[in-house]
Design a protein around this ligand. Structure first.
Ligand code: MG
Length: 334
């Protein structure tokens, strides 16, 4: 079999978030990751992004960098294919750099979920997002006291027009009793789904909640990789899978699994840069990976066009990715 030989290079990036993100994992202020560059013998140059989230069970940045430094300047497909499965972020980047750009109908569009901050701040942000035309919202819960957040839920729903949809994301912060209280409350309310209502490894609680309440539930932290997603399907999970493709290995493996299993997918950002996001969206459109609103509504994450790409509004179209200049991103790094 013909094996391509590449010149391989890697650079690190360190980008402060324009506004620190407050989640049940804590406050997150700086995104660090790696950009890789492959130059084929033909002279063709391509790029990939490694954006680990160790709190989601991925490799750490240091581990990813070590893996990359272990690849020699002159490498080949065999060496790149040999990166082990637990390096989901590295494998995503290597596959991204080696994939042919699929041709996509530029008219295709997907709704985008606007991320609402935890607590009262969500109410303050909502009017602006509604004015911009967002149809899908996600609110971070499990950060403040449940009583306080449950009160805010009704304030929030009261201000959402009927044509919009609201998702909640607890980031695994609830114990079973708290989750039950929320699910009982949400059963009578128009909630699209609740993301990670219990700890990622608490299968009994998650499967039990899914059985006991009519609210659609989604797994996020539980399914960082496809191996985990397959395992949950085997255990009988019929809810939604929130997948951060930048963490989940090669995009074509994701597409193959989704197609074979008919999984109900939500694609979500790992707060990667525009480079990684461009590859994900291009692929999502080419393969019709999802019908649900995508979780890329995080706004201007870094506050610089180079890293954020064009502002993503209520709808993202298949042409968005074309405006991202990988070479410019690479050249901006030391
Ligand atoms: Mg989530």
């Amino acid at each position: 079999m013909f094996r391509m030989v590449y010149r391989f290079a890697v650079k690190t990036y360190r980008l402060p978030l324009r506004s620190p993100l407050r989640t049940a994992h804590g406050v997150w202020a700086v995104r660090e990751g790696l950009i890789i560059r492959l130059e084929a013998e033909t002279g063709a140059v391509s790029y990939g992004e490694i954006a680990p989230l160790p709190q989601f069970g991925t490799e750490t940045l240091a581990e990813a960098l070590e893996r990359c430094l272990g690849l020699s300047d002159k490498t080949d497909d065999a060496a790149l294919d040999a990166v082990p499965a637990q390096f989901g972020c590295v494998r995503f980047a290597l596959a991204m750099a080696r994939a042919a750009n699929p041709s996509v109908d530029k008219e295709k569009r997907l709704p985008v979920t606007a991320l609402l901050p935890a607590g009262k701040a969500a109410l303050a942000m909502l009017p602006g997002k509604l004015e911009q035309g967002f149809l899908s919202f996600k609110w971070k819960v499990g950060v403040n006291r449940p009583e306080e957040e449950l009160g805010l839920l009704d304030d929030l729903l009261g201000r959402l027009p009927a044509y919009t949809r609201l998702r909640l994301d607890a980031n695994g912060a609830w114990d079973r009793r708290t989750a039950e209280k929320w699910l009982a409350r949400c059963a009578e309310r128009p909630i699209e789904f609740i993301e990670q209502p219990a700890a990622p490894d608490d299968g009994d609680t998650l499967l039990g909640l899914a059985e006991d309440y009519p609210v659609t539930l989604a797994l996020d932290e539980s399914v960082t990789g496809l191996a985990a997603a397959r395992e949950w399907q085997g255990r009988g999970w019929r809810g939604v899978f929130v997948i951060k493709p930048a963490l989940a290995g090669p995009l074509d493996e994701l597409a193959a699994w989704a197609k074979a299993s008919q999984a109900d997918l939500v694609l979500s950002s790992a707060i990667e840069t525009a480079l990684g996001r461009a590859a994900i969206l291009r692929f999502a459109f080419a393969h019709d990976l999802t019908k649900r609103a995508v979780g890329f509504g995080v706004g201007e994450i870094f506050g610089e066009r180079l890293w954020d790409g064009q502002i993503i509004g209520p709808l993202v179209d298949a042409g968005w990715s074309a405006a991202v200049d990988a070479e410019e991103i690479w050249n901006a790094l030391n």
